[in-house]
Structure formats: structure tokens, C-alpha cells
Design a protein around this ligand. Sequence first.
Ligand code: MN
Length: 268
Amino acid sequence: MPNYLVTNDDGIDSPALADLVDALRRLPDTRVYVVAPSEQWSAGGHSITIREPLYVEERPSEHFEVPAWRVEGSPADCVKLALNHLLDEPIDLVVSGINLGYNVATDVLYSGTVAAAIEGVLAGTPALAVSSGKEDGNRGDYRVPAIVAAAMTDMIRRISTNPWLLNVNVPDVSPEELAGVSFTELGPCPYDDKVLVTEDASGRLCYRLGVDVNAEAATEGTDLFAVRANRISITPLEVLRVTQMELLGDLSRMIAELENSLARDLSV
Ligand code: MN
């Protein structure tokens, strides 16, 4: 019987998490576990908690009829706790989402949703990060991405045990408007880099990072292009091979020079 771990960086009370759990529970002979943060962790990245204790509350939610734990920690904390301690069963797939808002292009570097999925892959468990174009809504509004996530969950389990890390973005359109599915690559950073300078209520100067999307970043073949064309975007991510092999030649020259300067300055 397949076992699925669900987490969500918008917190355990996100309506999109509940819709995802409902869709996964409809898969045959499936066990679903929820381990999710008590708070909102969007753009929290791959943070983990090591200087403070982690507090966990079991079966805290009336939203879902599956075993659930509320963790006062990050999405990555949740996956670590779940896989290494809370769950007795081996997990076949980590499903992170459904996030309220896309995780496209450089978003994946800041995303708590993708970080939780990465944490699964680091533990050798395939993972799916699923995000929706709808940034807020009610329970029931996330039916389309939930059905997509459940279908992909079942397929991944049947097709391969490879440590997949698939980043999926589902446009915020009705089922009739969905235009298909695209295999995509991450696009370039789509945001302008403007910093907005303003004052808070007490008159203190403060700053906001610009988040306006530059339309030119949505070039063909990218994730942003696909969702703007009402298509589901699927991007396979590589996280374990991050060494920049092409620069090793230049680096070896730099190392020789560094060794010479250390011999001169430090008598190494
Ligand atoms: Mn989020």
C-alpha cells in the first residue's frame, strides 16, 4: 500500500492543503499523512531549525481525516521530522503543496514548497512540488491542481522509483480553459529588481523588494510561458549535482596561484 507524506509551506490550515489531501485519499489503497507547519513559510527557503527545540502537536486539524501533525517549524523541518521520526511507514512520495501562487523560474530558490520537496529527495524519497496560480481562495477552489497532483502521484509510484523532483505549476483556470501539459525548463528571474522606498506608520523609513513580473521573462519553453498559455508546467529539478564542473579548469589555475601566495605569505 503506498504511503504519501503531504506538507505545505502556507501552513497546515491552508485550504489548498485540504483539497490536496482529499484528492490523494481518493487514490485506491493509499495512506496519506500530513506533517505541516503551524505558520506561513512562503519564501522561507530551505530553512531548518537547529538552535531551538521543535514542538509538534498530533491530530490537530478537523480539515482532514488522516493522521496529521502540526509542527512549529519550517517545511523542511516537517519533512525531516516526518521521515526520520514521526511516521512508522516508509514513504513512497513527498507531495508539497498545493502552494498559493506559482513557483516558477527563480522562485524555486526561495520557495518553502520546493524546499520541502528537496528535503524528500535528499532522503531518497521522490517528491512533487505543486503550485497554483490562485494566490488565495477557499476550500474547493484548488480542485484542478489537486486532481493533477493526485494523478501525477499515482503515475510516479507506478512508473519509477527514481528520486524524482518534479516542480509542477497549474494555471488558475477552469478545467475547460486548461490548454494541456508542457515539459518546461526554469525561466530566468522574472522580477524587476526595484526596491520600493517608503515610510511605515510611525514615519520610519522602510523598504520593499519589488515583485513586479517582467513579461519578457516568459520566453517559450519556460515554466512561466507555459502557465501564461494556460498549460500545466512540469519541470524536473536537479538538486544533488550542483558543482559547476565547467569552471574547474579556471579554478585549477587559481588554486596554483593561491598555493604560491600562501607559500609566500604564510610559509605554507
Ligand atoms: Mn507558499
